[in-house]
Design a protein around this ligand. Structure first.
Ligand code: ZN
Length: 332
């Protein structure tokens, strides 16, 4: 395979350059170079790539130094990257958790959109607001599995797709706010629009920030988690508004706050595991393939999105049962 050979030469040149530049002794440098060359030769032998350890990865592929082995080598071929979905390596779990999650929300979204119009008070409007959630979830999960699939292609491709991946999280958060605000402030359209505009401005700001190259570097892992948790937590203001105007009891029953709280716990737990790299931090090399922080974070994102959908569909059912009227709630 030509790309394998090109890859190998490229990798050796990179290592040669890096090895000469660092502070190792001459014999240490030569030993390191031979070790790297040997590992890379083995990783591409038989025209079939093999997983490689973390210490011989190029800098742009070095994201988590607690995952010691099982990494894909750089593979500048989209075909090879997509075929690697069916191989076992550090990204296998990351790809499949969001690929299956994406298919799940796609099917759920199609089924929901084809629900009979008589199950809604305002079918067209409600299908658009709930559709915004499905669109956000599907974009987030598809950008994510695509990023994890082509992450090892090349530095440029990895950078472009990592920006799409981060933008996807902002789309999921913005999309999640739409039906929740619509049903929670059903009888008060003014605060509903204000909160919607605020979350869109914050979401677009997060997307703009995530286009900066520094944002995807390992040093900014905590900042990334903070930006998206902060964006999600902007929902605290409308939640308090709802609780003050409707009362705690109505907020937990009619407002589905219990489900929203569970969703927040799932997302925040995921973000903390991601930022702190738990559990691999405590067991370096033991979670290389399964159960490392990024996979757990992915599972918690899918679970959080599903819990949000469940809360929103309960809100929709409540509104349908109430008949869409606002008079008994004292406002219009
Ligand atoms: Zn991911």
């Amino acid at each position: 395979m030509y790309f394998n050979l090109l890859c190998l030469i490229h990798r050796l040149l990179l290592h040669l350059d890096r090895t000469w530049r660092n502070d190792m002794s001459k014999s240490g440098q030569i030993r390191h170079l031979f070790k790297t060359a040997g590992l890379l030769l083995r990783s591409y032998s038989d025209g079939r790539w093999r997983v490689i350890p973390h210490d011989v990865l190029p800098d742009w592929l070095k994201d988590n130094d607690f995952l010691l082995h099982g990494h894909r080598p750089p593979m500048p071929s989209f075909r090879a990257c997509f075929r690697s979905i069916f191989r076992i390596h550090t990204e296998t779990g990351n790809i499949w958790t969001h690929l299956l999650g994406c298919l799940f929300f796609l099917c759920l979204g199609i089924v929901y959109m084809f629900r009979p119009n008589m199950s809604f008070v305002a079918p067209f409007q409600e299908k658009i607001v709930i559709g915004a959630f499905f669109l956000g979830a599907i974009l987030c999960l598809s950008f994510s599995w695509l990023f994890h699939t082509v992450y090892c292609h090349s530095e440029g491709v990895s950078r472009v797709f990592s920006k799409l991946d981060y933008s996807g999280i902002a789309f999921l958060i913005m999309g999640s706010f739409v039906p929740w605000l619509y049903y929670s402030f059903y009888c008060s359209p003014q605060p509903c629009f204000i909160y919607l505009i605020v979350v869109c401005v914050l979401g677009i700001t997060a997307i703009i920030v995530s286009q900066c190259d520094f944002f995807s570097t390992p040093q900014y892992r905590g900042v990334r988690a903070g930006v998206f948790v902060g964006l999600g937590l902007s929902g605290v203001v409308p939640t308090l508004h709802f609780m003050i105007t409707e009362g705690f009891l109505r907020a937990t029953t009619m407002g589905q706050m219990g489900w929203l709280f569970l969703m927040a716990v799932l997302y925040i737990t995921g973000a903390c595991l991601y930022a702190a790299r738990i559990p691999e931090r405590f067991f370096p090399g033991k979670c290389d393939i399964w159960f490392h922080s990024h996979q757990l974070f992915h599972i918690l994102v899918v679970a959080g999105a599903f819990v949000h959908f469940h809360g929103v569909s309960n809100l929709q059912e409540f509104r349908y049962t109430a008949g869409g009227g606002c008079a008994e709630e004292g406002g219009a």
